[in-house]
Design a protein around this ligand. Structure first.
Ligand code: ZN
Length: 684
């Protein structure tokens, strides 16, 4: 790898942060931390850490020797000075005299010595930085170096490759003991440029910001050269079925398998969101004949365990002509994984003083030969992070296997890391939002009610897929709320099928459908052209059926229930003059909602509708409001508030009703009016 150091960029960083009152040491620390953090072959998603020893004034104005070290919750790639909290250095150094120090006491000492008590918690590797004498210390989990250390003879390989430029540190879990051990090993060879922590990563240090950065680049380059020169042996592929199923065809059933029933009586599940990945490197790995061996060794560096669990589940390859057989074998494989996981917890949860509460036993990574892999998480972001980490694991393991044999930590070390309270704390213990872990598909998402619904479901914690004919408009809203945009013509079978495949690829499946797309046609019913009526039925009835059918197909594969929501109109109940072409199919759609409630209630799928009225939207444009108000001889405001509550109804009001119906666990077959009160449209 090449050094990206630039004198002018370094200077620019110093000048930019000087304006914020940040000193040169910290400004340069931010600069090279970002250089390291920007390279996924060095660190990923909050991994790695850096520090600088500098003097800062405390609140009394006294100069204090401090360690500015990466705080938890920050990524090296986009770190700011606030992400490197300052800790008083001397009290940290004095801890080295202790024989032991519990994790809790260590964290307390680190937090207790912060200059700013509101700063983020300093890295779990803070003491390691503090015990080393160097001004600048950089730590990464570089892919190429892990490929060398994660082997049975990793220490020998590292001695060959790095010579006496580094000292080697045998694996110890991060914390006080590792910090002490690193300091002792360094002091025995004070000429070294860095430390290689076997099966963990690499530290480089120096007196300027540039020095450890370029030492890191040098060490990684040596490892890369070794891998490139060692005439790698490719992984041998297994024989695969001729026709393989698509990932979209298997995702919903696998997602359903991962879900954990939390209340059988209430039909509640803890669901996961899936992220699918494939590509040449991934296929090379998952199609390998030795997959069952090299994938079952453990993670490439300890801090991945918290997000991907120590081991992935290996599924059989899915033959397209035997999906039923595949699902049976996949179910058995996931069941066996859970049993093995529970047994692993039981075997290792032996410290009576600190018994650990077992985590859920569902795998976070599913390897599917012939297809790729699925990563799972509590939400789309967590699934994406897990997928990135596993792609990195694939890279390290394949590299290690190409020059030797991949080997990770032993099981007790894996358990200690997975159940380490300080790592678990990284995941946070925030209470989940009511629709967290749920995937919602919204049709007509670019319209007023669609947009408002996307916001409301997102605010309730759901992942949202925004379906619309106008992809650009859907993209804009998706970008705003944090969802995906999918082009969908709801009047076309193929377009609908493709859209739901896209959703299955993005999130693994769907839990809630909001069938919202519609348009108003008018005409006096005794005179209207049949073609107009049929066109309206196509969009305002058959499209609802088309998307509901597609969503129910996925829900039935997931076997975790689901929710259908239909946008019926007040026209479905209370016909307006000349609105027959709109009201008739809407009435059929209201009935459709009830039909789904009847036919799929036993499968835990609920179906409800909202009949809204007078929402400013594509259906009721400003021009129409003007014309109708004029026809009634009232102001526009009076027209829009012409209801019992005398308040205008908005898209947000309708969206809230859809969210409420999604949450109403014992309600199905219902129609809710959201119209400010229109007694002629009341259902009963
Ligand atoms: Zn580390």
């Amino acid at each position: 790898m090449d050094s990206l150091w630039s004198d002018s960029e370094a200077r620019a960083s110093v000048e930019r942060y000087a304006q914020q009152g940040v000193g040169e040491d910290l400004a340069l620390r931010v600069y090279t931390t970002r250089l390291l953090g920007g390279d996924p072959k060095l660190v990923l998603h909050g991994g790695g850490n850096t520090s600088v020893k500098t003097s800062l004034a405390d609140v009394a104005g006294d100069e204090v020797e401090t360690l500015c070290v990466k705080g938890s919750g920050w990524d090296m790639g986009d770190i700011e000075p606030a992400g490197l909290p300052a800790v008083r250095l001397e009290p940290l150094r004095r801890l080295r005299a202790l024989d032991t120090l519990s994790d809790e006491d260590m964290v307390n000492a680190q937090r207790g010595n912060l200059l700013d008590s509101a700063a983020p918690t300093p890295s779990v590797e803070t003491l390691l930085h503090a015990f080393l004498p160097h001004k600048f210390v950089d730590h990464t989990h570089a892919t190429a170096i892990l490929a060398l250390t994660d082997q049975p003879d990793g220490a020998d390989i590292c001695r060959d490759v790095f010579g006496d430029r580094v000292a080697l540190v045998p694996y110890i879990m991060p914390g006080f003991a590792l910090a002490k051990s690193c300091a002792e090993i360094y002091e025995r060879s004070p000429q070294v440029e860095g430390l290689i922590l076997l099966k963990h990563g690499v530290f480089a240090f120096g007196t300027t910001a540039r020095e450890p950065y370029e030492r890191m680049v040098d060490l990684v380059t040596l490892a890369e050269q070794y891998l490139a020169d060692a005439s790698p042996k490719p992984l041998v592929a297994v024989n695969l079925p001729q026709q393989l199923a698509t990932p979209a065809a298997i995702a919903p059933a696998l997602r359903g398998q991962l879900a954990i029933e939390t209340d059988g009586v209430e039909g509640l599940h803890k669901r996961f969101v899936l992220e699918f990945r494939t590509g040449a490197a991934i296929r090379n790995f998952v199609d390998g004949a030795d997959l069952a061996r090299y994938s079952q060794q453990g993670p490439v560096t300890p801090d991945h365990a918290i997000r991907i669990k120590p081991l992935p589940a290996v599924l059989p390859p899915p033959a397209a002509d035997d999906l039923g057989g595949f699902f049976d074998r996949a179910t058995a494989a996931i069941g066996a994984y859970r049993q093995a996981y529970n047994a692993y917890v039981e075997r290792n949860n032996t410290d009576a003083a600190t018994p650990k509460t077992p985590l859920d036993p569902s795998p976070r990574i599913l390897l599917v030969p012939g297809v790729g892999f699925f990563a799972s998480g509590d939400n789309a972001k967590a699934a994406r992070i897990a997928a990135d980490l596993y792609e990195n694991n694939i890279e390290v393991i394949a590299a290690a296997e190409s020059v030797g044999t991949y080997q990770s930590l032993g099981e007790p070390d894996m358990f200690d890391i997975e159940y380490w309270s300080l790592e678990l704390a990284k995941l946070g213990s925030a209470v989940e939002k009511p629709l967290a872990r749920h995937v919602v598909a919204i049709t007509g998402a670019a319209g007023e009610i669609g947009q408002a619904s996307a916001r409301a479901f997102r605010a309730a914690g759901a992942e949202v897929a925004l379906l619309d004919l106008d992809l650009d408009a859907a993209k804009k809203i998706a970008g705003d709320v944090g969802g995906i945009a999918v082009r969908c013509d709801v009047t076309d079978d193929r377009s609908v099928a493709a859209a739901f495949e896209e959703i299955a690829m993005a999130f693994g499946g769907v839990d809630i459908l909001l069938s919202n797309a519609g348009a108003a046609w008018q005409g006096r019913i005794g005179e209207v052209d049949d073609a107009v009526l049929r066109q309206s039925f196509e969009l305002n009835f058959f499209s609802h059926q088309r998307v509901a059918k597609a969503a129910v197909g996925i829900m039935m594969a997931q076997k975790t229930g689901g929710v259908l929501l239909f946008n019926a109109s007040k026209q479905a109940v209370n016909p307006g003059a000349d609105f027959g072409p709109y009201g008739l199919p809407k009435a059929a759609t209201m009935f459709l909602s009830r039909q789904y409630a009847v036919d799929y209630g036993a499968d835990g799928i609920r179906s409800n509708a909202v009949n809204a009225d007078r929402i400013r939207s594509g259906l009721l444009t400003d021009d129409m409001v003007q014309a109708r108000a004029a026809a009634r001889g009232v102001s526009e405001d009076a027209y829009m508030t012409g209801n019992l509550l005398q308040r205008e109804v908005t898209g947000a009001d309708v969206a809230q009703a859809f969210v409420d119906l999604a949450l109403a666990r014992k309600t199905t077959g219902a129609v809710i009016t959201v119209d400010g009160g229109n007694i002629a449209a009341a259902l009963r």
